[in-house]
Design a protein around this ligand. Structure first.
Ligand code: SF4
Length: 248
């Protein structure tokens, strides 16, 4: 698979809806196509759609070891409702042990470098591991989530990971996501009802107050331009996210 083939897919899938895109990808790539889920609202929409196609689709998630209980709850609920299995990618125990022994359990509050180190150990490295052997990475990214995602395509070539990145919900609005969830009774993280628009690890996520930026609850002790963890990179640059996006 290379960029040319990805470009052909862009043409082929032009005008297709989210479910049609996934139907095609699962049909053409089988378990070489995988949903990357962080149990966020968009990921839950994709999971529900995929389960309606074939419940043996491939879906993986990263368990950083610091997730809120509510995230495990929605994962369990999703497993039971759709009778699916997640492939869970964990950080290397040795990496975590070394990091915590040297910097302590709450290192992320001490400096941006420490926080990025923790994201590197607990998220970026496990993501690389989870993506190995996969040809198509399916994400719940949407254009509306950030100015930097304004050109997001439903099918893209991911240069950094050398694979196709599919974003079936690229053109969806936040309202469409939540309408779908309500209409289809899709399990969702209950922290969304408690003022958490964006959910990541427990020590790095808090509820926001009325009027605050929707990203204000993530790494709230850092300035906005520092709030990245390195999961989504495009053209050599980090893709900043906004809205209800917990894939980081
Ligand atoms: S979000 Fe916080 S706890 Fe989670 S990996 Fe990043 S720094 Fe570590």
């Amino acid at each position: 698979m290379d960029k040319n083939e990805a470009d052909k897919l862009v043409e082929k899938l032009k005008g297709c809806g989210a479910k049609e895109v996934m139907e095609f990808l699962f049909g053409a790539f089988g378990v070489k196509a995988a949903i990357a889920s962080s149990l966020g609202a968009e990921d839950q929409v994709l999971t529900c759609m995929a389960a309606g196609i074939n419940r043996y689709f491939r879906i993986f998630t990263l368990d950083t070891g610091r997730l809120p209980q509510e995230t495990y709850d929605v994962m369990q609920e999703t497993i039971e409702k759709y009778r699916i299995s997640y492939s869970v990618s964990f950080p290397e125990a040795g990496d975590v042990e070394k990091m915590e022994n040297k910097y302590g359990p709450n290192l992320f509050y001490e400096s941006v470098e420490n926080r990025k180190m923790c994201c590197g150990v607990r998220k970026v490295k496990p993501l690389k591991k989870a993506l190995s052997g996969i040809s198509v990475w399916i994400t719940g990214l949407r254009r509306e989530q950030a100015a930097t995602r304004g050109n997001l395509e439903i099918i893209e070539w991911d240069e950094g990971n050398n694979m196709i990145k599919a974003n079936p919900l690229a053109l969806w609005s936040e309202k469409q996501v939540w309408d779908y969830i309500k209409k289809n009774n899709v399990p969702y993280n209950k922290l969304h009802d408690k003022g958490y628009p964006s959910i990541g690890c427990a020590p790095c996520t808090r509820a926001i107050k009325a009027g605050e930026d929707i990203r204000a609850g993530r790494w709230w002790w850092e300035t906005p331009e520092q709030k990245e963890c390195g999961l989504h990179v495009k053209d050599g640059k980090l893709v900043k996210s906004k809205a209800r996006d917990s894939r980081e």
